[in-house]
Design a protein around this ligand. Structure first.
Ligand SMILES: [Zn+2]
Length: 298
């Protein structure tokens, strides 16, 4: 047991914080965690979580669908259908932002390798980094992909990648600033950094408050909104060039949040509020449940 202490805001270096919310870990432990808010930039941080070496047990759940392939349960079944569709959408987005049909992509937090397999099948050279040994083993067995453990990241050759992607990963990384510097050094001068993270400024986040499933404490250490992502990029010499929405996240996160609230008719209420969130994001991308940020080097 060792607590990961954050005394300074990793976005703006501010040192003053206020209390924001108390959230429950609905997924694994049932424990409560506080989220604090940076008084200068509004960035939100989960407090008193375990450090990198000790947080592992909070990821051990049969429900942890991003690392498994079960189709049990209705929400899971939908998730898997959506994933199939989203893989194609992610590939097209990467190809569009990179203006390449084939290139070299580094996916950080590659999980079980579904996305890299998709890229590989379309002719991309792929490199993946993943902390979980089980996930790496799955990627090898299922897709014959050799995904590297996390400590290999800093050993990769500099200026080698056309795209570095992190799909719902940055919010889990303890050493946020260190990793962003590494991504800068690994990216080619004209490369693109693609980061998808939940958005605490979204309609569904504001509606569900402490029940919002994408707070996902203590696994989500950092809670981003577009203004803070822009600042964080600038701190690391990146320029934010575009935002994209992830419409399915509005529905998925709303359904899961209703489940956490133990609502009657959780599925239908989730669809209802997910639809509002999605409609709001059509008008303003910065209000989507999850946002994909595209950065280039300054
Ligand atoms: Zn701050």
């Amino acid at each position: 047991m060792a607590i990961f202490k954050v005394k300074q805001c990793p976005v703006c270096d501010g040192k003053e914080f206020s209390s924001f919310l108390t959230c429950t870990d609905y997924f694994v432990s049932g424990e409560e965690f506080q989220i604090k808010r940076c008084k200068s930039c509004g960035f939100k941080i989960t407090e008193n979580i375990e450090d990198e070496e000790n947080i592992g047990p909070y990821y051990q759940s049969e429900n942890y669908i991003s690392h498994s392939n079960t189709t049990k349960g209705f929400v899971n079944a939908i998730y898997h259908q959506v994933r199939k569709f989203m893989l194609g959408r992610k590939r097209l987005l990467v190809e569009n932002v990179a203006a390449l049909r084939k290139g070299h992509i580094l996916d950080v937090g590659a999980g079980t390798g579904f996305f890299l397999n998709e890229m590989n099948e379309y002719g991309w050279q792929v490199t993946g980094i993943e902390k979980s040994e089980d996930a790496r083993r799955f990627a090898k067995l299922e897709f014959n992909l050799d995904i590297l453990p996390a400590y290999e990241l800093s050993k990769l050759k500099g200026k080698s990648y056309d795209v570095i992607s992190l799909w719902h990963v940055l919010e889990h990384i303890h050493q946020l600033n260190v990793n962003l510097d590494i991504f800068f050094s690994l990216l080619k001068d004209d490369g693109k950094l693609v980061i998808a993270v939940p958005n605490h400024d979204s309609y569904d986040a504001k509606h569900y408050k402490e029940f919002w499933a994408a707070y996902d404490v203590p696994r989500h250490i950092w809670h981003f909104a577009p203004s803070q992502m822009k600042l964080l990029g600038e701190k690391h010499n990146f320029k934010l060039i575009n935002l994209h929405t992830m419409p399915f996240d509005s529905f998925y996160v709303s359904m899961l949040s209703e489940k956490y609230k133990k609502s009657a008719l959780a599925f239908f209420k989730g669809i209802f509020y997910g639809k509002i969130s999605w409609l709001v994001s059509l008008v303003n991308k910065a209000k989507c449940s999850s946002v994909i940020y595209v950065f280039e080097k300054n």
